[in-house]
Design a protein around this ligand. Structure first.
Ligand code: AMO
Length: 430
């Protein structure tokens, strides 16, 4: 029976392994194969004069990254990976890899990101790349676990929808029988409707689609969003939940992903410190005004350059709070004493925005008037507005970009590195 390579020790005796041919070295009388599975690497040593013709023929025919099944005797060998080697009595090619390989798995030949993404199945065979997705999996586990412990119910909302959520410009229209439909930009309207349904605490982890034409290192056309919505809560309460979720996720990765962090050569993994600073938008603008050449004023969106300047000053994660109502969506609750600013926030990593959220408008009349103020037609939002007429509790929530969370956590240069098969303006395949 096949045993994982990591479990093969000098004491194993006779063993069967299966895996990929990682490297081949032929020294004349001796041939060395490094065989890799997801648990590790083992050296298969072939003394050519001492093995069968069948073993020799297969060893000669096999190419790198082929799958082989090897049985043999395990011996201690100090210089080999894991301090042991396997001397085969059978060596079978299970699946032969074509040559040349589109990508060098052992990374002797560097490849650019496009080449890597074109051959993602090979790219992910590299332990350093696999580590990103193992850490992503652990992080998502920690997030699910945290939210369940906080009493949240996990929900799934439609991704084929009739209306824009975050404004109409970034919509992907789709053919839906004889109707106009779109890919969902955010579960925003649905998670809010679930507050009227009495669920009180919901979350969803799912895809969001944005037809943005930015070809940047932090924008995707299909991203994964972690969304929550909480009844009888204000913006302060959901910021607390977000802060705690970030810290718990970092802690879990720190404790459970030591090998993967080592593979990524991350030796200084730091759990963010809480509480995160709450920086009023007006103060954020003042910092940017001092530090960047481009003019920026109250009421402007925070540009990438401004984001970097403010991030450098703040040093760790921080919130930007008290945004101008004008530049936030209609569903953000304005302050009662000054409606020009609202109870919205962004969670920032020093490099970029990770999350947006707000206390929401739960009063029907105010919501309708805010929708109109944004130049939108309340009639196209009737399915969303209706629940607000039948007992809608006050509520607040946020959406956190999972891809950016992993990108910033691991210091990746491009958000595409945190996504298995990213979608951008130029990439629809694989
Ligand atoms: P927002 O549009 O700011 O807010 O999105 C929330 C978070 O999702 C991530 N994100 C993206 N990541 C990669 N590529 C993209 N194109 C992209 N677009 C968004 C970001 C961002 O901070 N409905 C609100 C949330 C709420 O108020 O609950 C919303 O969607 O990390």
């Amino acid at each position: 029976m096949r045993i994982p390579i990591q479990s093969v020790t000098p004491k194993t005796g006779h063993a069967e392994i299966s895996g990929w041919v990682h490297e081949v070295r032929d020294l004349g009388g001796l041939a060395f194969f490094l065989i890799r599975d997801r648990t590790g690497i083992i050296q298969v040593t072939i003394p050519k004069k001492k093995v069968s013709e069948a073993v020799l023929a297969a060893a000669k025919a096999v190419s790198r990254e082929s799958i082989v099944r090897v049985t043999g005797t395990v011996k201690a060998m100090e210089k080999a990976p894991g301090g042991r080697e396997l001397v085969p009595d059978s060596f079978e090619i299970v699946s032969l890899a074509e040559t040349p390989l589109p990508l060098d798995v052992v990374e002797k030949v560097p490849a650019d990101l496009d080449t890597r993404l074109d051959a993602r199945f090979l790219d992910v065979r590299r332990p350093r790349v696999a580590a990103v997705f193992q850490i992503r999996s652990a992080a998502m586990h920690a997030i699910n676990d945290f939210l369940h412990k906080e009493g949240f119910t996990s929900i799934t909302t439609p991704k084929i929808v009739a209306a824009a959520t975050e404004g109409g410009t970034e919509l992907f229209p789709i053919a839906y029988f004889d109707k106009e439909a779109f890919l969902n930009q955010s579960p925003q309207l649905y998670k809010q409707m679930m507050m009227a349904a009495g669920f009180e605490k919901v979350y969803e982890i799912g895809p969001i689609f944005r037809a943005e034409e930015h070809n940047t290192t932090k924008h995707l056309n299909e991203a994964t969003s972690i969304d929550i919505e909480v009844s009888f809560a204000d913006h302060h309460e959901v910021m607390r939940i977000l802060e705690e979720l970030i810290v718990k996720t970092y802690e879990y990765v720190n404790v459970t992903c030591g090998d993967q962090l080592a593979n990524l050569e991350i030796n200084d993994f730091a759990v963010p410190r809480t509480p995160f600073a709450r920086l009023p938008y007006a103060d954020a603008i003042a910092i940017a005004q001092k530090k960047i050449a481009d003019p920026i004023k109250f009421g402007d969106d925070i540009s990438a350059a401004a984001e970097h300047a403010i991030g450098a000053e703040m040093g760790d994660h921080y919130f930007i709070v008290d945004w101008p109502s004008e530049i936030r969506p209609y569903y953000a609750m304005p302050y009662e004493n000054d409606p020009t600013i609202c109870k919205a926030f962004d969670l920032m990593h020093p490099r970029m925005e990770l999350s947006s959220g707000a206390q929401r408008v739960h009063k029907y009349e105010l919501l309708v008037s805010q929708i109109k103020k944004k130049g939108l037609n309340p009639e196209s939002f009737e399915f969303y507005l209706r629940p607000f007429r039948f007992g809608m509790p006050p509520h607040a929530g946020w959406g956190l970009g999972a891809d950016r969370l992993i990108m910033t956590m691991l210091g990746l240069g491009n958000v595409r590195e945190a996504v298995l098969f990213p979608r951008d303006m130029h990439r629809l395949v694989p």
